[in-house]
Write a protein that binds this ligand. Sequence first.
Ligand SMILES: NC(=O)C1=CN([C@@H]2O[C@H](COP(=O)(O)OP(=O)(O)OC[C@H]3O[C@@H](n4cnc5c(N)ncnc54)[C@H](O)[C@@H]3O)[C@@H](O)[C@H]2O)C=CC1
Ligand SMILES: O=C(CO)COP(=O)(O)O
Length: 348
Amino acid sequence: MEQIREKVAVVGAGSWGTALALVLADNGHEVRLWGHNPSQIDEINQNHTNTKYLGDVILPEGIIGYSSLEEALVGIDTIILAVPTKAIREVLNKITTVHKHPLTVVHVSKGIEPDTFLRISEMIEEEMPEELLKDVVVLSGPSHAEEVSLRHPTTVTASSKRMEAAEKIQDIFINNNFRVYTNPDIVGVEIGGALKNIIALAAGITDGLGYGDNAKAALITRGLTEIARLGTKMGASPLTFSGLTGIGDLIVTCTSVHSRNWRAGNLLGKGHNLQEVLDNMGMVVEGVRTTKAAYQLAQKYEVRMPITTALYNVLFNNASPKDEVDKLMARVKTHEMEDLTNVLGEKD
Ligand SMILES: NC(=O)C1=CN([C@@H]2O[C@H](COP(=O)(O)OP(=O)(O)OC[C@H]3O[C@@H](n4cnc5c(N)ncnc54)[C@H](O)[C@@H]3O)[C@@H](O)[C@H]2O)C=CC1
Ligand SMILES: O=C(CO)COP(=O)(O)O
């Protein structure tokens, strides 16, 4: 396939931004990687490494690090936004201050904003002046940066309200190690990517408590049910949850040692407190804030989300992880298929 060569700016030089910059550079694009930590940018330009996030991986020389956002964005019309959900508004604000030309914004973050309940594409639409925003595309799926940077086979999905925009991003990223699909269901893609982190925290907790694979399989399966239950009420297609950004990302995040959400949950299950865990992680654990947002959304949409509620109690009400598991197991008996029918919206 003939690749189009583009000038692309990756905004955010953490694990995921750096790994995606590597994919883009492998495809021959001119890649500018912006980060707010000047010493890290020096390391990228001088040593072609980003050791804090990707260890001894050698980055392609085609990646040029920038600590000036204004300089990084000169002549750019596509940006990859790769910062934690919490930083999205602040970074967009900086972008619109220095860049006055229309942009396609590809976001790769996995979260929902607590209190506003906005998905990330909605936050971008709210924060960017209409005349500066061409398209919003989300790129999501089962994809740990550590493995992408080693060029191990990975599959993800691009979604946008305008399919041509998603297809363009598919073309920019796709290669023989990094296979990109498209899906028109942006609500489902964003909800699946955000909510799987909640279940991964819970899976880490049960592993930390010493429970085995049965408990993890139960969390993945019943977790998917409650993600789909909320997602369909928010307008997602139920089919998306059986795809890469649904069950796919849920499996990888609940089972991989690379997952920060699983690792944080594991420490909580072993008895560490939340602040201690977050302080030691040194990278973003998106599931904590997303649990708050999903707990609030469950109440707004009157959807049963027992795993999310149990995790909310552990994170924000000081509940004991073991007591919450005991409570989940002792709930009133129910029919599995009746629950699944609810997912499809055929019953309240
Ligand atoms: N690491 C991974 O394998 C994947 C991560 N993601 C998502 O990508 C998003 C970013 O995650 P990671 O890169 O993994 O996080 P990270 O913790 O590795 O890096 C985050 C980067 O954002 C920077 N940052 C934080 N606040 C900032 C601000 N206010 N202004 C500018 N830069 C700021 C940090 O300095 C750091 O360089 C998250 O939403 C995560 O869920 C999605 C897929 C895979
Ligand atoms: O989203 C991810 C993999 O698809 C990364 O998950 P963590 O943030 O838990 O590391």
